[in-house]
Design a protein around this ligand. Sequence first.
Ligand SMILES: [Zn+2]
Length: 454
Amino acid sequence: MKTLVRCGQLFTGRDDDAVAGQTMVFDEAGVIEYVGAEADAPRRTREDRALDYSGMFVMPGLIDVHTHLAYGNAKSEEDIDLYTPLEFRALRGMFFAQKMVAAGFTALCSPGDAGQISLSIRNAIRAGLFDGPRVMAAGRYVTTHQGLTDWYPTWIGAPETSIGKLVTNIAEAVEEIRRQVKDGVDCIKIALDGIQRRDNGELVAAFNQEETEAMVRETHRLGKKAIVHARGREATLYAARSGVDLIFHANHLDDECIAAMLKTGSAICPTLTQPKNVIDFTQPHEPAGQKGRPAAAKREYDIGCVNWKKARAAGVPMMTGTDTGFAVTPYGEWNARELELFVDDLGFTPAAALRAATKGNAGFMTGGGRIGVLERGRSADFVALDFSPLANIGMLQERSHIRAVHIAGKGVRIAERGYDPRQVTDFALSNWTELYTRERVAELNKQHARLAAE
Ligand SMILES: [Zn+2]
């Protein structure tokens, strides 16, 4: 049995244009056999099925290379690491993976995990137990003292349930990488930014050049991809020189970093959505507001935009990903905002943004040669929209306009389902955000009185 899809507009991901009146044919396994004019399509037999998307814009399913299935829409680092059992996090992660599909994302990379959550979600979907996206899974971040994800005091360390795995030398790092690969990860995530700064404000890298190279070499020897978190210049440079496959953030990259990226082939996922949401959504009364996070995020964002444009102009590949999984980036809500920001703030055309989120991202994904483009031999992972994102890229965030999602040919429909977010995350112990001195209480009373009088 074949399926013939009549497409109003077809955007294959290979070219910048959408073509009107095309037909796509895929087989029982969901592998595309034909894309082109209906007149030249294989003849339809009686068992074959037809899908009429002749009023729709059909394009490859979107891919997000930076979605943390383990985080659960966390409000704090403690929320990510401490309060929920790994088993609950896996169930929650499956629910949220499905939200990604409802938003038009047919594949994602989950870079940095606790336990084996993402790879369990991946395997359960792959085995046919649940509908869900294709998942590229990492294990825990490999981190060290001074590194991101080793954020608790030394006397606590990195708890077993946290997303960071603390290693203290090259041998331990290599051992952890081998263990994760044995467990079945697709990629290794390294926490390369430190948490210390030099006098000039520059972030100190957590690992040195030699250690970074040793980790990346071992990852590649085992046939896996290496990802790093690196905002700072130093970490970005070490990563690029070591041939890391994908660098998240890279806000402070310079010419030396660009030259190294071009030499080794490192790509950047600048991850605009998370900082942009912090800037746009954080309320003054929230701890993040009181700590000045939005202003700091704005500074980093503006510096990043200048540098990312430079890197792109030099020919460094740019991938789309959002850092979904925080309270400011809930699953499926803002993932497509990344494409809008690629257009607004990095100067991409809508077509270039769509291609980055499909063909471009597929180039990084495990098994990516089978997805990302609608052409013969690849998998029929696609979405049907009732508008053209080439005309309105922002509308991709409106889920009601995503009329169908197919993964390996199969139509996947995720029912809208309400839930109680307070039973899902936010178990951290902080209860108050202010200090109620006599003076502050008097001030608040005055405010209340003023509001009552108005
Ligand atoms: Zn992240």
